[in-house]
Design a binder for this molecule. Structure first.
Ligand code: SF4
Length: 312
C-alpha cells in the first residue's frame, strides 16, 4: 500500500517512534531557511490552503492506524510548513476523537502562530515544536529568508500568545548557526525570549547534514554546551534534526524504494540509512550502488561522512 501523505514510522531522537503526516506539497513553506535539509523552497507563501483533501489524509490514517501500530507520536511535519494546510485542525481533531491513544506532535516554524485560526487548530495537539532562532530582525531575515510580512518580533509575540492559550507542551527549537546567531548580543536576546515564553523544553539544533547554503556550518558539541550555559534554562537539550522530512518505512518490502523515499526528503549517510531503515550496512551499500547506476544519486562529503541525496 502506498500512502501519499504518511511516512514512517521513523526513529527520531526528539519524538521516539514517530509516524509522519505531510500535508503540504514539496517544498512549500513560509521560509527559505539557509539550513533547510529539504533544499530551496520552491513555493514560498503565507497563504493557507487545503493542498490535499482532508478526507484523503483521514482515509490513509484510518487504514494505517486500524492496524494498531506501536507509535510514540504522530507528527505533522514533512517537506514544508504544516500549518499552511487548512486541513491540519480537522485532521488533528479526527485523530484525537478516533485514535485518542496516540500522542500528536506538530513541527512548525511558528511563522503562522499569529493567526488565531492556526493557534486554534493546534490546541488539541499534545506537543507543538516551534522554532525561534533569533529575535534580531536582520538576523531573522538572514537565516529564514521569510515571505514579506513576517518579522522576528511578530514571531516572538505569536509564540507568547500561543503559550497563554495552549495547555499542551511547547518544545522550542533554537537552530544554531555559528557566526550568525551566536554573538553575546544574540544569545542575550534569546535568553530573555526563552525565559518569557517559558517552554517545557528548549532544543538546541544545528546542521547535521547538508543544508541549502554551503556557508552554514554545524556548531560543535562544545559550542552547543557553551550556548546552553548562556541560555541558562532548565530543560535545554541538544537534538539532531530540524523540522521537516523524516523517513518512510512502508516500502520495507522494496529496499530501493524505501531508501529512495528517504533520500528524496533529506540527505543521509550510509549509517543514517542503516539506523533509519534497520537494514544492514552491507545491504545499504548495495542499494546505494544500484541507485548510482540507475538513478541520479548525488553525493556530498561532510564532517560526518558522505551524504547521499536526490534533488527534485
Ligand atoms: S527548515 Fe523548515 S521552516 Fe525552514 S525552509 Fe525548511 S521546511 Fe521551511
Amino acid at each position: 500500500m502506498h500512502y501519499a501523505h504518511l511516512f514512517g514510522p521513523v526513529s527520531s531522537r526528539r519524538l521516539g517512534r514517530s509516524l509522519g503526516i505531510d500535508l503540504v506539497p514539496f517544498k512549500t513553506c513560509t521560509y527559505d531557511c539557509v539550513y533547510c535539509e529539504c533544499g530551496a523552497t520552491t513555493v514560498e507563501t503565507i497563504q493557507r490552503q487545503e493542498f490535499f483533501p482532508a478526507d484523503e489524509v483521514i482515509g490513509e490514517l484510518s487504514l494505517y492506524l486500524s492496524q494498531s501500530p506501536s507509535l510514540d507520536y504522530i507528527t505533522f511535519s514533512g517537506s514544508g510548513e504544516p500549518t499552511l494546510s487548512l486541513s491540519i485542525g480537522r485532521v488533528i481533531r479526527f485523530l484525537k476523537e478516533r485514535f485518542p491513544r496516540y500522542r500528536i506532535a506538530v513541527l512548525t516554524n511558528g511563522s503562522l502562530l499569529s493567526d488565531p485560526g492556526v493557534r486554534r487548530d493546534l490546541l488539541p495537539a499534545d506537543v507543538v515544536l516551534p522554532t525561534l532562532s533569533t529575535i534580531n530582525e536582520e538576523t531573522f531575515r538572514r537565516i529564514h529568508r521569510p515571505v514579506p510580512g513576517i518579522g522576528a518580533e511578530e514571531i516572538l509575540d505569536a509564540i507568547l500568545q500561543f503559550r497563554r492559550e495552549y495547555t499542551g507542551q511547547i518544545w522550542l527549537e533554537v537552530f544554531i548557526i555559528p557566526g550568525i546567531n551566536t554573538s553575546d548580543e544574540e544569545l542575550a536576546g534569546l535568553h530573555d525570549a526563552i525565559h518569557r515564553i517559558h517552554p517545557d523544553r528548549v532544543q538546541l539544533n544545528t546542521l547535521d547534514r547538508p543544508g541549502t547554503e554551503d556557508f552554514v556550518r554545524p556548531a560543535t558539541p562544545a559550542e552547543l554546551e557553551r550556548i546552553a550555559q548562556v541560555l541558562d534554562y532548565a530543560g535545554t537539550e541538544t537534538v539532531d534534526s530540524s523540522c521537516s522530512a523524516d523517513i518512510p518505512s512502508q516500502y520495507a518490502e522494496d529496499p530501493l524504494e524505501q531508501v529512495y523515499e528517504l533520500l528524496r526528503r533529506r540527505p543521509c549517510t550510509a549509517d543514517d540509512i542503516a539506523s533509519a531503515t534497520g537494514m544492514h550496512l552491507t545491504q545499504v551499500h548495495k542499494v546505494l550502488q544500484e541507485m548510482a547506476r540507475t538513478k541520479d544519486l548525488q553525493e556530498k562529503p561532510e564532517g560526518r561522512g558522505i551524504f547521499y541525496y536526490f534533488r527534485d
